[in-house]
Design a protein around this ligand. Structure first.
Ligand code: PGA
Length: 238
């Protein structure tokens, strides 16, 4: 089964990277691979107008209502957005999002015709105490896995730290996550790796059979580095 690799740039609460909207932008779709950018809400419109496949970093499950500071999935869809991150660990931490909130977001995204990229992953202490699979299983089992969704496995201890699991450890978790997916979607669902991906380590991760691309934070803010990571994605499948 060949799954088209997907490399997503999570720009978090940062301004647009240099040249992101230009014709020769490193963030433009390339042949043989899909890319997505996740800018702040403020930069979303200019990314869409520049023709970049664009997602939101969060969407509220309700369509409208009294939720100060939030933007709904319905509004994101109307604005032309195609993707939405659900349950990034920084949102689970900063906004106390629980599994049930993440499921509500993913279901709302699907109802509104958005493609959810759903983040799961264990903390450092959960891995140290060998509960990582149990935690990830809990996070994955509740997801709407019969639908077209993407999962991003992001060990919390690898995000922004420069520390990563070995590609083999990541592969082991990816294969485990895939085993939890119902038969009908098991071979087609894309499972991305995220956490301290760089131009130097990307190829090793993308070369693993169950790693279908990456969710890239810090390194995605540097266009040349992101371009190299995208190339690694192409190379890994050629
Ligand atoms: P990082 O972030 O690449 O900076 O570790 C990844 C993410 O949070 O999605």
């Amino acid at each position: 089964m060949t799954r088209t690799p997907l490399i997503a740039a999570n720009w978090k609460m940062n301004p647009l990277p240099e040249g992101a909207l230009e014709k020769d932008s490193a963030y433009r779709p390339q042949s043989g691979i899909e890319t997505i950018v996740f800018p702040t809400f403020l930069d979303m419109q200019s990314c869409l107008e520049a023709g970049l496949p664009t997602g939101a970093q969060y969407g509220h499950p309700d369509s409208v209502g009294a939720h100060t500071g939030d933007v709904s999935m319905t509004m994101l869809k109307k604005a032309g957005c195609q993707f939405v991150l659900c349950g990034h660990s920084e949102r689970r931490r900063d906004h106390r999002e629980e599994d049930s909130d993440v499921v509500a977001q993913a279901e709302s995204a699907l109802r509104n015709g958005l493609h959810p990229v759903i983040c799961v992953g264990e903390t450092e202490s959960e891995r140290r105490t060998k509960r990582h699979k149990q935690i990830v299983e809990r996070q994955v089992r509740v997801l709407p896995l019969r639908e077209i969704v993407t999962i991003a496995y992001e060990p919390v201890w690898a995000i922004g730290t420069g520390v990563t699991p070995t590609p083999e450890q990541a592969q082991d978790m990816h294969a485990f996550i895939r085993s939890l997916v119902p038969d009908a979607r098991r071979e087609t669902i894309r499972i991305l790796y995220g956490g301290s991906l760089t131009a130097d380590n990307a190829l090793e991760f993308f070369g693993q059979p169950d790693i279908d691309g990456g969710l890239v934070g810090g390194a995605s803010l540097k266009p040349a580095v992101f371009r190299a990571i995208v190339l690694a994605g192409v190379q890994a499948r050629s």
